[in-house]
Design a protein around this ligand. Structure first.
Ligand code: ZN
Length: 302
């Protein structure tokens, strides 16, 4: 039973809005663009795996929760969690392509695409083990005694994964059901009511992720941002305010075109706009019109 879906990420939305208003020559642009592509690919992989988990039929009632952020000694993020009466299974997804090898000693992962350079990463098995420990601690803090297991899914169709270790926790999306079934434990730790209560407790403990370091990771100043209302049809900035509507050079009209620009302002500059900032950011030459926009959206002058 699906209990929690993955929610759209506010941070990713903010990153995309920022990229949209930054020049490609801005020093922040390359990292921002790379990170957006990486997160988007990761989300795509999680979506594939989520479908396979949801299609799985556990012999007893099982609760599925996607995309969790919980707090124990520190915050920890989990891609997918299956809560059953005998164990909790964490499913972590990696969406990367290439020839991938997971090394045991020392623990790390290498990846090579075609004949390109060999890249090194943190071991996803160690990451999964850390998540298992964190969730076990979280359960102990709440007096719940139930085993926590984990599997690791490589979701990219062009990933060839090999591993030093012979434990079979690594798989592909289409074998997720089989793996979930394999690690099932016969002995129930919880009653069906307790299982439901635990799944609900996990869901309600989920925290909304807030990146306090956004500004230092992706530095930008107000002056770096492209101003103007953007046309949804041709993507050009600088729609003109006409009576009752906004008008683009391409001929597209949209009476609500300013709403997304105002959202950009609030998300990227973090404060309510005043008349001057509306005139500047929305490229509205008339103070009177800027005031009317403010009044309509109940923004008081600061
Ligand atoms: Zn246009």
């Amino acid at each position: 039973m699906l209990l929690k879906k993955k929610e759209p990420s506010v941070e990713l939305e903010k990153m995309i809005l920022l990229r949209n208003r930054l020049s490609t020559t801005h020093p922040t642009y390359p990292k921002l663009n790379r990170d957006i592509q990486q997160i988007t690919a990761g989300d795509f992989g999680e979506e594939i795996v989520a479908k396979f988990i949801q299609a799985y039929n556990h012999p007893t009632k099982a609760y599925i929760l996607h995309d969790l952020l919980l707090a124990s000694n520190s915050d920890f993020q989990l891609d997918h969690v299956l809560v059953t009466n005998s164990c909790i299974i964490i499913v972590e997804t990696k969406h990367i392509k290439g020839d991938i090898h997971i090394h045991d000693r020392p623990a790390h992962m290498t990846r090579q695409i075609d004949t390109g350079p060999i890249e090194r990463f943190e071991s996803p098995v160690m990451q999964l083990n850390r998540s298992i420990l964190f969730l076990s601690d979280w359960l102990i803090e709440r007096g719940v005694d139930i085993p926590v297991k984990g599997i690791l899914v490589f979701s990219h169709a062009d990933a060839l994964v090999t591993s030093d270790s012979s434990d079979h926790l690594i798989t592909k999306p289409k074998y997720v059901s089989m793996k979930l079934r394999e690690i099932r434990i016969e002995k129930a730790s919880l009653t069906s009511l307790q299982t439901k209560q635990l799944a609900t407790a996990i869901m309600t403990s989920h925290k909304i992720y807030e990146n306090k370091y956004f500004q230092s990771q992706y530095p930008y100043k107000k002056e770096d941002l492209q101003t103007g209302v953007q046309c949804q049809k041709c993507a050009r900035f600088g729609m003109e305010k006409r009576r009752q509507t906004w008008m683009c050079e391409c001929g597209h009209r949209d009476k609500n075109a300013h709403l997304s620009a105002m959202k950009d302002y609030q998300l990227l500059l973090g404060k309510l706009p005043n008349t001057e900032s509306i005139m500047d950011f929305l490229q509205v030459p008339s103070r009177y019109v800027a005031r009317r926009i403010m009044k309509k959206y109940s923004l008081s002058e600061s």
